[in-house]
Design a protein around this ligand. Structure first.
Ligand code: GAR
Length: 203
């Protein structure tokens, strides 16, 4: 049984989708065994508690720098023998040490078609730019900001009447489907990285 840790800063709807996918058997051979947040009031922590999943809160203010902060998180993940780290609305750039501690074992979801609109405002930036198509991306995490090899992407049209909220809502519907799919592929050992590309073994 593989052990998954989810890092989240906010509402945790992606965390919920992953928990549900484990519960309904879409994801097999793994369990979410730890949820970590950098925000004490993140609703993601509440969702975890509702499912009796252990939670940890790390307060950035208690650490001198990013290295120390991520060092504490790495230690917690290693102590819990975590196999796969899932960033789900975790609004911090992780350190190179963190990436190195879990090679090809950290995934992220982003609400745009990367490499367009990286960062924390992917939906607002796409809307402001005026693109007609946007979407979401699940990718491996490397040292950059939303730059790792892309696992899955799906597109949706931007409508004239979209606001950031309506557009984000439709993107989230995709996210909740795509993230469990990508995790399943990882667990099945079907993802192979070749340079920038992530190839999916179709068995
Ligand atoms: C998601 O839409 C995710 O793509 C985005 O934050 C939201 C979290 O929602 N992540 C980023 O923008 C990362 N740069 P959730 O807390 O309901 O899962």
């Amino acid at each position: 049984m593989k052990r998954i840790a989810v890092l989240a800063s906010g509402s945790g709807t992606n965390l919920q989708a992953i928990i549900d996918a484990v519960d309904d058997g879409t994801i097999t051979g793994a369990q979410v065994t730890l949820v970590i947040s950098d925000r004490e009031d993140a609703f993601a922590l509440e969702r975890a508690r509702n499912h009796n999943i252990p939670t940890m809160f790390f307060n950035r203010k208690n650490y001198a720098g990013r290295e120390e902060f991520d060092g504490a998180i790495i230690a917690a993940l290693q102590a819990q023998q975590i196999d796969l780290v899932i960033l789900a609305g975790y609004m911090r750039l992780i350190t190179p040490d963190f990436v190195a501690a879990f090679p090809q074992r950290i995934l992220n979801i982003h609400p745009s078609l990367l490499p367009a609109f990286p960062g924390t405002q992917g939906v607002a930036d796409a809307l402001a730019y005026g693109v007609k198509v946007t979407g979401c991306t699940v990718h491996f995490v490397d040292e950059g900001m939303d730059t790792g090899p892309i696992i899955l992407q799906e597109a949706i049209p931007v409508n004239d009447h979209d606001t950031r909220e309506t557009l984000h809502q439709r993107i989230q519907v995709l996210e909740h489907k795509l993230y469990p799919q990508a995790i399943k592929l990882w667990l099945e050992g079907r993802l192979k990285i070749e340079g920038r590309r992530c190839l999916i073994d179709d068995n």
